[in-house]
Design a protein. Structure first.
Length: 215
């Protein structure tokens, strides 16, 4: 039976709330970075996490802003686009996972959505010896900037076929990422993958990618 916990994770001078789910004998752990204006309770990320759990992967869904910061961001909408801040928070959580060991010694992967994908890629560049795989869902990898050249983890970019602008940005980012990076287009899907079966394709592709590169 899976073990589910709400935990507090230290990240610099704040404590971040996360939902941790640990299946028996996890083959890896996947840390989720939600998109702008979302939270650890994003229904799409929760749905993906459930599929990963069934693939024996531990999952960590975390709020990257403290409650006080979320209140500020609700007024200004600035912190949700602060990729440096969000990437620093993710790196701190990666360090916590590697040292606190809530999922044992399982290798670590990152799953980023929208702007969270940029933060995940920057964190992967900052922790090349620890982050073993990255998956981006409808992400903005372009916002990772020069960090793309320093990413060594195998990276899967998942984009909806109807999400024209984001698809173009992902195609450009793919050229800057290592040869192990792949771009997969989900036909007929928009930015949020709300179309029937679209999110299931994302979940299955992510589970396969993480199982192959973490397991």
């Amino acid at each position: 039976m899976d073990v589910r916990n709400e935990v507090q994770i230290p990240a610099g001078d704040v404590q971040l709330t996360a939902d941790l789910r640990v299946p028996p004998e996890p083959a890896g752990v996947v840390l989720f970075a939600h998109g702008s204006g979302s939270s650890r309770r994003s229904p799409r990320n929760v749905a993906v996490a459930q599929v990963l759990n069934r693939s024996a992967l531990c999952t960590v869904l975390v709020d990257l802003l403290s409650p006080a910061e979320e209140a500020v961001d609700a007024r200004t909408r600035q912190l949700r686009f602060d990729i440096g801040l969000l990437a620093g928070r993710l790196a701190a959580i990666v360090d916590w996972l590697a040292t606190a060991g809530p999922c044992g010694s399982a290798p670590i992967g990152l799953f980023g959505a929208s702007t969270g994908a940029a933060a995940a890629l920057v964190s992967a560049a900052e922790r090349p010896d620890v982050v073993r795989a990255v998956v981006s869902r409808g992400g903005r990898p372009d916002l990772a900037g020069a960090a793309l050249d320093r990413v060594t983890a195998p990276t899967l970019l998942l984009v909806g076929g109807l999400d024209d602008q984001v698809l173009a940005l992902n195609e450009q980012a793919r050229e800057a990422l290592p040869e192990s990076a792949e771009l997969t287009v989900v036909p007929g899907a928009g930015h949020l993958f709300e179309e029937p079966g679209a999110l299931a394709q994302v979940s299955d592709a992510a589970a396969t990618w993480f199982t192959d590169h973490l397991g």
